[in-house]
Design a binder for this molecule. Structure first.
Ligand SMILES: Cc1cc2nc3c(=O)[nH]c(=O)nc-3n(C[C@H](O)[C@H](O)[C@H](O)COP(=O)(O)OP(=O)(O)OC[C@H]3O[C@@H](n4cnc5c(N)ncnc54)[C@H](O)[C@@H]3O)c2cc1C
Length: 489
C-alpha cells in the first residue's frame, strides 16, 4: 500500500474516499472490471470501524466490528474471498444481568426470574416490534405502510404506550442501548424497525447462537479489510484526508492537504456525519445537507480486559453480562477460538458512553474493571492487559456502530441517502440495504455503488456519437450526460 505523498497528484476513472469495507469493496469491484481507481484513506491504516488489537502469539481481537450470523451472507462471502474463516462465539453457561441494581442469572434470551408480569410484557412487546419491523422495507423504509406514524415518534414514546411494567421498559432500554448505541429517546421508531429488519429480525439482532452474534472471524474481522487492501496496492493511498470535492464539467477533483486526484466519478464511503463535513463545490443541494446534519453516529467505546485464561467458564458462566446501569450495557467473552488467553469485551454504549467519555481514562478503566469484578469475581478486576477504544474521540469515525435517524428523518430526507449528486455517489454502511449499519451493509453499499457506475458508463458509451450500449462494467467513454450544470437529481 502506498502513502498519498508518494504520488500527490494523479488521475483515475474513479476516486473513492474512505478505505473501510465499503470503499474497499467498491474499489475491488471497479478494479476487477478494468477501471482505474484511487482509494483515498485519511488514516495510516485501512478498515475504519474495523480495528484490531494484538494479543501476541499471532492472535488478535477486535476493537470494532466483530460478529456475524447465518443471515450475514455478504460479509461471509467477502471473508471467504480473502481466506478468512469463522468460529462459534462462546455461548455456554449462565448469563448475568443487573436490572435496577438486582442480579439475575439465566439462560436463554430473557432473565425469567425478573417476574412473570415483566416477562409477559417484554414478550408481547418483542412480538409487536418483530411484526412492525417486517413492514419496513430495507430498501426504502419511507415506503412502509404507516411510514409517517412509524417515523414521527421516538422508540421511547412507543415503549411508554406499549409496555406496562417498569422492569420490562428498563430491560428493553438496556437492550436498545447495547444494540443501537443510542437511547430510545434518540431514535425514530422507524430506525429501530428498519435496522432490525435489515439485520434479519429484532430477536435475531439480540441473540448469540441463532442470531447475528453467532460467529466471529478467526484472526478478527479487521483482518478482512487488511486482506482486501493487500490486493489493491496500486489503488489505496494512506494518509489522504479529503477535505474538498469539486465537480467541474466532466470531471471531479478530490483534494486535501498536499494532494489532488482528478477522476470521472467520486464515491464517498465515509460515515454519514463525516460526509457532511467535506466541502463540496458547487455546494450540495439543501436536501442532502439536511440529511447529513440530522444523522448522528451512536456513542460507543469498547474495552478489552485480557486474562491468562477465561476463568469464568469453569465457574459455569458464559461471560455475557448485561446491565441497566453502570459503565457498560453488555459484555461478552471474546477470547480467541482456542480460549487462550481469556478476553472480556465490555461495550460502553448509549447513555453510559456519554457519561464515561467525560471521565479520565483511569476513571473509565476503574469503573469497567469494578463492574467486571462485581459480576465475575475479584480476578476480573486484575487483568494482565486492558485496552479501551473510544470511538467518539476518533476524528475519522466520530461514533458508532452506525449513523442513526431521529424522528422525521427517513420520511423527509431518507431518499437522499443513496441518490447520486452529479458525479458523486454515496456508499458506507448507512446506505446499505442488506444489514444496514453492520459489516454486511458496508459490503452491500460498495457493490451497489459499483453497479451504479457500471450503468452510468454504459449509458455514456451509448450516448457517444455513433456509440453503442457499452458492456456493463466497461469504463465510461468521453461523453457525459450530466456535463455542464451539475445534475442534482
Ligand atoms: C465497536 C463497534 C462494534 C461493532 N460491532 C459490529 C458487529 O459485531 N458486527 C457488524 O457487522 N458490524 C459491527 N459494527 C459496525 C461495522 O464495523 C461498520 O458498519 C462497518 O465497518 C462500516 O464500514 P464502512 O466502510 O461503511 O465505514 P468505515 O469503516 O467507518 O470506513 C470509512 C473510512 O473512511 C475514512 N475517512 C473518514 N473521513 C475521511 C476523509 N475525509 N478522507 C478520507 N478518508 C476518510 C475512515 O478513516 C475510514 O477508514 C461495529 C462497529 C463498532 C465501531
Amino acid at each position: 500500500m502506498r502513502h498519498v505523498t508518494d504520488e500527490p497528484n494523479s488521475e483515475a476513472d474513479v476516486v473513492v474516499v474512505g478505505a473501510g469495507l465499503a470503499g474497499l469493496t467498491a474499489t475491488r469491484e471497479l478494479k476487477e472490471a478494468g477501471w482505474s481507481v484511487r482509494l483515498l484513506e485519511a488514516r495510516e491504516r485501512v478498515g475504519g470501524r474495523l480495528k484490531g488489537y494484538s494479543l501476541g502469539d499471532g492472535k488478535a481481537v477486535d476493537l470494532g466490528g466483530e460478529y456475524y450470523g447465518d443471515k450475514s451472507t455478504m460479509i461471509a462471502e467477502t471473508a471467504r474471498s480473502v481466506g478468512v474463516s469463522g468460529f462459534d462465539t462462546y455461548d455456554q453457561g449462565e448469563r448475568l444481568t443487573y436490572l435496577n441494581g438486582r442480579r439475575y442469572g439465566y439462560t436463554g434470551l430473557f432473565p425469567w426470574r425478573m417476574g412473570p408480569a415483566a416477562i409477559a410484557d417484554l414478550g408481547q412487546a418483542v412480538l409487536k416490534i418483530e411484526r412492525l419491523a417486517r413492514t419496513v422495507p430495507p430498501d426504502g423504509p419511507w415506503n412502509a405502510p404507516n411510514a409517517e406514524r412509524l417515523d414521527n415518534q421516538t422508540f421511547w414514546s412507543w415503549m411508554q404506550h406499549n409496555l406496562a411494567t417498569g422492569t420490562a421498559r428498563a430491560f428493553l432500554t438496556m437492550v436498545t442501548e447495547a444494540a443501537y448505541c443510542a437511547s430510545p429517546a434518540d431514535l425514530s421508531l422507524m430506525h429501530v424497525l428498519y435496522y432490525a429488519n435489515a439485520s434479519g429480525g429484532f430477536r435475531y439482532l439480540l441473540e448469540i447462537s441463532g442470531g447475528i452474534q453467532r460467529y466471529r472471524f478467526d484472526g478478527g474481522a479487521h483482518s478482512i479489510p487488511q486482506k482486501l487492501a493487500a490486493k489493491l496496492p496500486d489503488e489505496v493511498r494512506l494518509g489522504a484526508v479529503v477535505r474538498r470535492i469539486e465537480q467541474r464539467g466532466d470531471s471531479v477533483v478530490a483534494s486535501g492537504p498536499g494532494f489532488s486526484v482528478r477522476a470521472r466519478w467520486a464515491v464517498v464511503a465515509v460515515p454519514i456525519t463525516l460526509a457532511g463535513r467535506i466541502a463540496y463545490e458547487p455546494a450540495l443541494p439543501g436536501y442532502r445537507d439536511q440529511l447529513t446534519q440530522r444523522m448522528p453516529a451512536g456513542a460507543a467505546m469498547k474495552c478489552l480486559a485480557v486474562y491468562d485464561e477465561p476463568f469464568w467458564r469453569s465457574a459455569g458462566l458464559s461471560g455475557q453480562i448485561t446491565s441497566t446501569d453502570g459503565p457498560f450495557r453488555v459484555a461478552f467473552d471474546t477470547s480467541p477460538a482456542d480460549g487462550s488467553p481469556g478476553v472480556m469485551s465490555a461495550f460502553v454504549t448509549g447513555s453510559a458512553a456519554r457519561k464515561l467519555t467525560r471521565l479520565t481514562q483511569t476513571e473509565r478503566r476503574t469503573a469497567v474493571l469494578d463492574a467486571l469484578a462485581r459480576a465475575l469475581g475479584p480476578r476480573a478486576g486484575k487483568p494482565r492487559d486492558f485496552v479501551e477504544q473510544n470511538w467518539l474521540d476518533e476524528e475519522f469515525t466520530r461514533g458508532c456502530y452506525h449513523g442513526f435517524a431521529p424522528p422525521g428523518l427517513y420520511t423527509t430526507y431518507g431518499q437522499a441517502l443513496r441518490a447520486p449528486i452529479g458525479r458523486i455517489h454515496w456508499a458506507g454502511t448507512e446506505t446499505g440495504v442488506h444489514q444496514m449499519g453492520s459489516m454486511g451493509g458496508a459490503v452491500d453499499s460498495g457493490r451497489r455503488v459499483a453497479r451504479e457506475l457500471f450503468a452510468r458508463a454504459a449509458i455514456e458509451r451509448k450516448d457517444e456519437p455513433g456509440g453503442e450500449a457499452g458492456e456493463p462494467g466497461a469504463p465510461g467513454g468521453a461523453a457525459d450526460p450530466v456535463a455542464g450544470p451539475v445534475n442534482h437529481g
